[in-house]
Design a protein around this ligand. Structure first.
Ligand SMILES: C[S@@+](CC[C@H](N)C(=O)[O-])C[C@H]1O[C@@H](n2cnc3c(N)ncnc32)[C@H](O)[C@@H]1O
Length: 226
């Protein structure tokens, strides 16, 4: 029987996704070698093609500093660490393990399911890339990003899925990007209603996000180097 997860991601047309598309082949050279850890789909995580795209982007763009919002089990953190240069360092933020249930902004109705499911960092904890990864705990709406201003080569926004959180996470991490070098990625575009609306609104109303593109066959979005 065909594995339903080994497929491209179809965007939900009822969400009216409006971003222009770009192919992964337009972003990364064909044939770029990548290392894939835990390719199988896990609930709350990225699909295999999305994992390949993230690994390819890390291998092609060679970020030395990575900041992720939304660690979950640490599968994307592990794969980004594995495909970035040996000197690269990855910071990954998630809610505290003993989470009170309170957040500064309102999360999406379906977020609590994934907050309860997570085993924060379990995928990378015993890996050879552990030393490249720093686990941060906090609410992405109240976290102090100031120490990282202008120093991050790759940001991945994959935390809470509400409109307010996606806007918060995008706008707060934009100043972290290294001048001329930083790229930003998002997950869950065209599959989660409020993620889609937040990114579309940024694209249409904020010139800092005019360059964002949906990566075809995935729910990933990229803001390439500007
Ligand atoms: C979709 S999962 C991330 C998946 C992960 N990037 C991967 O594929 O390996 C979303 C994560 O965001 C975290 N999260 C939700 N609300 C958050 C908040 N306000 N601040 C920080 N993290 C949050 C959840 O606990 C969950 O682990």
């Amino acid at each position: 029987m065909a594995n339903p997860y080994l497929r491209e991601v179809s965007l939900d047309a009822s969400l009216n996704p409006r971003l222009p598309e770009i192919g992964i082949a337009d972003l990364c050279p064909d044939g770029i070698p990548v290392k894939i850890y835990h390719p199988e789909f896990e609930s709350g995580g990225v699909y295999p093609l999305e994992l390949i795209c993230l690994c390819s982007i890390a291998a092609a763009f060679r970020p030395l500093t990575i900041f992720e919002i939304g660690t979950f089990n640490g599968r994307t953190a592990l794969n980004l660490a594995a495909n970035s240069p040996a000197a690269a360092r990855l910071l990954t933020l998630d809610l505290p393990e003993q989470f009170s249930g309170e957040t500064l902004l309102t999360v999406h109705d379906r977020d609590p399911k994934y907050i309860a499911l997570r085993k924060v960092g379990s995928r990378y904890r015993n890996s050879r890339y552990r030393k490249k990864i720093t686990q941060l705990f906090g609410d992405s709406a109240s976290f102090d990003y100031a120490p990282y201003t202008g120093t991050i080569d790759l940001v991945l926004v994959d935390g809470a899925h509400s409109y307010d959180y996606v806007l918060n996470d995008s706008l707060k991490t934009l100043p972290l990007l290294s001048p001329d070098r930083g790229i930003m990625l998002w997950h869950d575009y065209g599959t989660w209603d409020e993620v889609t609306k937040a990114i579309d609104d940024l694209y249409e109303h904020n010139p800092d996000f005019a360059g964002v593109r949906h990566i075809r066959g995935t729910s990933l979005v990229i803001r390439p180097r500007m």
